[in-house]
Design a protein around this ligand. Structure first.
Ligand code: SF4
Length: 344
């Protein structure tokens, strides 16, 4: 099988082109053709010689592959299921709206973080996605031209596959790549401390931290990662190296009825996020069969938000999309749970 070009950075494409006796400026032309035009026929590349075109064609493939399944929700959200050459499955979700069109992409097949409320966590870790698998989720879908916001919040923990994700974002944001604004891309993490330190030294997009509970003992129950990477240390690191504009910091809070919306949770959030320039995104849990969690009542949610608001924490409730097709937060599991009994 010929190696793919999609997923290669400019220095990597330059090396390939030079090995085939081409020039560095031709590598830039190939990168732009690949990432800006999204063309998949070597014959269409302009500004390179016929000899280089033929050498590329005989030694490399483009590498783009289509989703194996598409499901559309009542609210027009579309979920794409992919299966790569090692048969790892993963999903991405396109959410069109009047204001913006968001594509949520995966960084791993499954996930090893084991968050209790998440179906992806339930299936366990199946493998890291390559840069090709990550960028292909954008380039292979029919809606790619409409996407104006990218979030790496699908299956997997992006900081657990840090270098592949970083390279993918480099392809999305570079002038030789897609030239997509870094402030329109958000990477979401549970807060793995080592990769977080590396990210904060040289931030390359917006950052979202999955908070979900400010009380350490309770967060351990929901998110086992709290045992080794406590949220207090995550927030300390962020306080030491705050993101600079135009990049933004947010915290994600899955609102679980009867679990994490009491006054002590609001107080914990106020204590931890005091003085941190950030926004709190609250995502209402959607009850589904077999889940021990339930959708919070309006009363629970309103009193929680009002307490945060009175204490200067900017919070908003994010609309959940694609619930009827299993595309909402915490529901992404590919086909991997079909034969399992979900006991969430
Ligand atoms: S919420 Fe995110 S980090 Fe946690 S198990 Fe699910 S995919 Fe992994």
């Amino acid at each position: 099988m010929k190696p793919p070009l999609l997923g290669k950075t400019l220095p990597e494409i330059t090396e390939i082109v030079q090995t085939l006796s081409g020039r560095a400026d031709q590598a830039i032309a190939i990168s732009k053709w690949l990432y800006k035009k999204n063309e998949f026929n070597f014959d269409l590349i302009e500004s390179i010689s016929n000899t280089l075109r033929k050498s590329l064609d005989s030694s490399y493939s483009i590498g783009k592959y289509p989703p194996s399944k598409v499901t559309e929700s009542k609210d027009k959200t579309r979920k794409y299921l992919f299966s790569n050459d090692t048969e790892q499955q993963f999903e991405s979700v396109f959410m069109p709206s009047a204001k913006r069109n968001t594509l949520c992409i995966s960084s791993q097949s499954g996930c090893r973080m084991g968050c209790k409320f998440c179906l992806t966590g339930k299936i366990g870790f199946k493998g890291n996605l390559s840069v090709l698998d990550i960028v292909n989720q954008f380039y292979s879908i029919p809606d790619y031209k409409d996407v104006n916001r990218l979030v790496i919040m699908g299956m997997g923990e992006p900081f657990d596959n840090f270098f592949e994700v970083k390279k993918a974002v480099e392809i999305f944001t570079s002038q030789w790549g897609l030239a997509f604004g870094a402030s329109n891309i958000t990477i979401s993490t549970v807060g793995l401390l080592d990769p977080l330190k590396q990210f904060l030294e040289n931030p390359f997009c917006n950052l979202a931290i999955s908070l979900n509970n400010p009380i350490s003992a309770e967060r351990k129950e929901l998110m086992p990662i709290e045992n080794t990477n406590p949220i207090s240390e995550v927030i300390n690191l962020i306080k030491q190296s705050p993101l600079k504009k135009p990049l933004r910091l947010s915290f994600e809070y899955v609102a679980l009825g009867g679990v994490n919306l009491y006054q002590q949770h609001a107080v914990g959030i106020i204590d931890q996020l005091k003085g941190v320039n950030c926004h709190l995104n609250i995502i209402c849990w959607n009850s589904h069969n077999g889940s021990p969690y339930y959708t919070p009542s309006e009363l629970e949610l309103n009193s929680f938000i009002s307490c945060l608001d009175k204490n200067g924490i900017l919070a908003s409730v994010r609309q959940s999309r694609g619930q009827d097709i299993g595309a909402a937060c915490g529901q992404m599991a590919g086909n991997l749970l079909i034969n399992n009994v979900c006991s969430m």
